[in-house]
Design a protein around this ligand. Structure first.
Ligand SMILES: [Zn+2]
Length: 287
């Protein structure tokens, strides 16, 4: 599926802002862009698309075969870099976060001009192996010192440099980055799957669990959340409930339960403690 079909509004916006459309005077693309939402893969694809539009020397179509577009598709464009805590320039062994020396070397490199529009995509990965999953930035993997070092260079932005930040939530980045960035919410378009293998042992027949065991239930959910992430656990709980509801449409309590889980999902990014969220949820589900 072409990106322009998946996100027509966003790709139209970027094309116009970058000057593909006829009316490019109204919109301008900032030198600092924040994409946020739960679908990090789509964010990353969009970021590459922005980099491609900024560098294309052809007709900028989805299938453009100019050298810049080809290089970006093959992941070897010299001006387009993905910066994660696994970045190879890093000398430090501890790779909990994007090291400040990596950011300093980026800032230094900005003064060297070349023919490219430099694009730095800041995000996280779950490992440094090929095929690692793209993850969002937060205050641990993109610490304040690194962020501030980068910010200094955006005070007087270079004409041919764009920074793109990927995150689940705007609040995951320090406010000075957010306030200086053009922020775009990237909606999740595809449910990855309807599996519930990570929670099945905990949630199977949960309506049979006696009320007195609600907090045990919550604890088991927390354990699953520690192992797989709270978002995955909540998503899979809903998958399970939807599955049961499909074969038992008369069980209306499931509709209420799916709503309760939805509420918990909304509370998660608000920085409520996951154990509080799971406790409250358990008390609603275990009647
Ligand atoms: Zn091109």
């Amino acid at each position: 599926m072409l990106l322009s079909d998946k996100y027509p509004f966003l790709t139209n916006f970027f094309e116009t802002a970058i000057g593909v459309g006829a009316d490019s005077s109204q919109k301008r693309l900032s030198h600092s862009i924040l994409l946020y939402g739960n679908d990090l893969d789509s964010q990353y694809t969009l970021a590459l698309e922005i980099a491609r539009l900024l560098n294309c020397t052809g007709d900028r179509s989805d299938n453009c075969q100019c050298l810049n577009c080809k290089w970006i598709r093959e992941g070897k464009h010299p001006g387009v870099q993905t910066i994660t805590r696994f970045h190879q320039d890093s000398k430090s062994k501890a790779k909990q976060s994007i090291p400040v020396e990596v950011v300093r070397s980026i800032v230094k490199s900005l003064v060297i001009s070349n023919d490219y529009h430099k694009v730095f995509i800041f995000c996280d990965k779950d490992s440094d192996e090929d095929g690692a999953k793209i993850q969002g930035l937060n205050r641990f993997n993109f610490g304040e010192e690194s962020a501030n070092t980068l910010l200094k260079s955006t005070e007087e932005p270079f004409e041919n440099v764009t920074f793109i930040f990927l995150a689940r939530d705007r609040e995951d980045l320090i406010s000075t980055i957010v306030s200086r960035s053009q922020c775009f919410y990237v909606p999740t378009k595809e449910r990855a799957d309807f599996s519930y293998d990570k929670v099945e042992k905990v949630i199977a027949n949960y309506w049979e669990i006696p009320r007195a065991e609600a907090f045990d239930f919550s604890e088991r959910l927390m354990t699953a959340a520690d192992e797989n992430g709270a978002e995955v656990v909540l998503e899979q709980m809903q998958n399970y409930m939807l599955g049961v509801l499909k074969s038992n449409p008369g069980q209306r309590f499931l509709v209420d339960d799916i709503r309760s889980v939805e509420l918990s999902k909304k509370e998660l990014p608000l920085k409520m403690k996951p154990d509080t969220i799971f406790d409250e949820l358990a008390l609603k589900l275990i009647r």
